[in-house]
Design a protein around this ligand. Structure first.
Ligand SMILES: [Zn+2]
Length: 160
C-alpha cells in the first residue's frame, strides 16, 4: 500500500490529543498507544513520543510532541468549524418577507433570533439570518447557528 507517511504521522499525533490521560506541565503527557505500530515508531524517531516498545498500554509524549499534537488537532479538526461562520452583511428578503419582518417589534425580532433550534448543537441558539422567504403565510428565515456555523431555519407563523 502506498500512502503519505508524514500525513499519517500528523493525523495520528493529532488524534493522540483524544487519548491523552496524564498531562505533566512542561514535561509532556501520557497517551494510550492503540495506533499503527509503524506510525508510532516513526513518531518516536521524530522525537514526539518515547519508544513505544514495551508492555504498557500507554506511551509518553514529549513536551514537543504534546504541543505539536495540540497544534495539529486544531489545524485538522477544528479549523473547518470556524471557517463555516462567515459574517453576513444584509439578509436577503424579497418584498413580502421584508414587509412581514418589518411588522415585528424589535423585541419580537430579538426573541425570534435568539430562539432558533440547531440540530447540530442539539440546543437552542442564535440564528445569523442570511435570507427570509414567505412560505404560504409564514415567514421562513434561513441562516447559520452562531455557535457552530451549521444551517438553521426559523419559521414565524402568522399572528391571526
Ligand atoms: Zn449549532
Amino acid at each position: 500500500m502506498n500512502y503519505n507517511e508524514d500525513k499519517i504521522d500528523e493525523y495520528t499525533l493529532a488524534l493522540m490529543c483524544l487519548v491523552t490521560h496524564e498531562r505533566h506541565e512542561g514535561m509532556g503527557a501520557r497517551a494510550w498507544k492503540g495506533f499503527d505500530w509503524e506510525t508510532l515508531n516513526r513518531l518516536h524517531e521524530k522525537g514526539y513520543i518515547s519508544n513505544p516498545r514495551g508492555k504498557t498500554k500507554s506511551v509518553l509524549m514529549t513536551e514537543d510532541g504534546f504541543l505539536k499534537a495540540k497544534e495539529l488537532f486544531d489545524k485538522y479538526f477544528t479549523e473547518d468549524m470556524k471557517k463555516d461562520i462567515k459574517p453576513i452583511p444584509f439578509p436577503k428578503m424579497p418584498g413580502a418577507a421584508k414587509q412581514r419582518w418589518a411588522e415585528l417589534s424589535s423585541d419580537s425580532k430579538k426573541a425570534v433570533i435568539n430562539s432558533a433550534w440547531c440540530t447540530r448543537c442539539m440546543d437552542g441558539t442564535t440564528i445569523q439570518i442570511s435570507e427570509g422567504r414567505m412560505s404560504g403565510r409564514s415567514l421562513v428565515l434561513r441562516g447559520t447557528c452562531k455557535k457552530c456555523g451549521g444551517k438553521v431555519a426559523r419559521t414565524i407563523e402568522p399572528e391571526d
